[in-house]
Design a protein around this ligand. Sequence first.
Ligand code: FAD
Ligand SMILES: C=Cc1c2[nH]c(c1C)Cc1[nH]c(c(CCC(=O)O)c1C)Cc1[nH]c(c(C)c1CCC(=O)O)Cc1[nH]c(c(C)c1C=C)C2
Length: 528
Amino acid sequence: MQQQALAPKPCCSQAPTRFSQRMRRSVAAAAGNVPSEVLDTVVVGAGISGLVTAQALQTKHGDKVQSFLVTEGRERVGGNITSLQGDGYIWEEGPNSFQPNDAMLQAAVDAGVDKDLVFGDPTAPRFVFWEKKLRATPSGPDALTFDLLSIWGKIRAGLGAVGIVKGGPMPEYEESVEQFIRRNLGDEVFERLIEPFCSGVYAGNPSKLSMKAAFQRIWILEKNGGSLVGGAIKLFQDRKNNPPAPRDPRLPPKPKGQTVGSFNKGLRVLTDAIGAKLQDKIRVNWKLTSISGTPEGLYKLTYDTPEGAATLTARSVAMTIPAWALADLLKEKAPAASQALASFDYPPVGAVTLAYPTSAVREDRKAADGSVPGFGQLHPRSQGVTTLGTIYSSSLFPGRCPNGEMLLLNYIGGATNRSVKDASQEELVAQVDKDLRTMLLKPDAPQPRVVGVRVWPRAIPQFNVGHLDTLDEAKQGLKAAGLDGVLLGGNYVAGVALGKCVEYGFEFAEQVSKYVDAAAPAKQKVAA
Ligand SMILES: Cc1cc2nc3c(=O)[nH]c(=O)nc-3n(C[C@H](O)[C@H](O)[C@H](O)COP(=O)(O)OP(=O)(O)OC[C@H]3O[C@@H](n4cnc5c(N)ncnc54)[C@H](O)[C@@H]3O)c2cc1C
Ligand SMILES: C=Cc1c2[nH]c(c1C)Cc1[nH]c(c(CCC(=O)O)c1C)Cc1[nH]c(c(C)c1CCC(=O)O)Cc1[nH]c(c(C)c1C=C)C2
């Protein structure tokens, strides 16, 4: 094991993979190519949301949407999916895995990378650090014996779930996650399970996150069934009466259990593959700088490009850039929409990837064969640990680091600790290393190898109380400003999970296709 003092610099060159170099060359070759015709749509933003939308336009809606371009402000596609590799490590600077729903598997099949899918062990425990100990969260059979909740906490949760003991009925007002969970399942479930869960999905503050917007699938259970269990039974019956359409036989089998997925070389395998498939339709280094409607009901998009300013004209715009970026663009043309979009909160998150020798891990965390089983650990804010949570990257997926080492992806910051934005890389590494020594590592563990540090100043949109109303205001504001063909997508609309962004990408392509079809008179007007 190579050791080094805490180093601010990633150990590996951040050179792009061979795959992305190929892509960049071909995209660069097309960069000067500015179509003069009116396009059916322009997809703005080439993160996972924009790429899946574009792929679905091409594979499913070619009859209605015959011409489109994808424009991306950065020099590469993928958005905050940023897998890197070098020196025997494969690591993620942004998202680390996805829930493998059928939409995600479909996107992988369509991009030709389903053979590269990898899945975590469904039995790998998730741990919560509570009262100085890492404790496994319940995963089914151990629901009665796990020690994260007291007996009373379990009884309260059980009675609350069936609706016998609750802190009152569902109120008229929009509840925060904290209010909803304390009322339904009690204080212990909130403090020991859901509060850290909110870190592990939103890096968020559960007293601000909206139950309805952030965890709609759980919120709807009580709404429809009077209690969480009542709602689950109703959902089960509804599904039995209305079975889903048969699965596409080309899809890989659904992985068993509650697991997560990635690709052999990291998440960017998918976004790079979609980018390569769409290469002549993608313009990178094209930053949208203004948007306006024309009297014919079309949209003019102006860009900063390496060749200077460029303008595209389109019948519709599939907008997948972050809300704050769009808010800046709409300040003058659609001030109400701009104000609504600007109010979405994107707190900062740091992703700190460290490698330690496996011998540095506490013996009680190891299995008989010396491996360190688990998905990762989360740290409730009340437990005196600054780091939000740690993914056991090398336990979760194969080939992530050299033998004899453990690769840990640590997230720090979020809605309750915005100071990470101004911290140096050394400070972040030192804080994470200190925290790990109190939970997972032997106190005399050697200094880590610093594999990568990346701070996202505006990381994840918070689905806080009022989110859905504000989103409606943004859409109404666009209509009022005559920009109703500027359709909103991206994670602040779809949901922050990669699986949600992909599901919505398919829906969004359909929405675009319908809009373009309905806008056909404008097409004829221009042709005439
Ligand atoms: C640190 C972190 C960890 C996460 N972990 C997970 C996880 O483990 N699992 C999970 O499911 N999800 C995770 N997420 C959430 C998930 O990664 C995101 O919700 C998802 O990637 C968002 O994709 P998107 O395409 O909607 O947006 P983005 O990825 O933000 O893409 C938007 C694109 O628009 C471009 N753009 C912006 N402005 C302009 C402009 N003016 N002109 C042209 N282009 C522009 C940007 O450059 C960017 O490429 C995580 C997110 C972060 C930040
Ligand atoms: C600590 C910071 C974060 C970690 N992951 C994320 C953040 C902000 C982001 C994130 N993680 C997940 C999703 C998708 C949710 C979905 O509905 O698909 C997002 C946006 C997945 C996830 N990660 C954890 C859980 C419990 C979940 C939900 C799905 C599942 O059970 O698999 C746990 C977890 N996340 C992080 C850590 C360290 C961790 C530890 C167990 C990091």
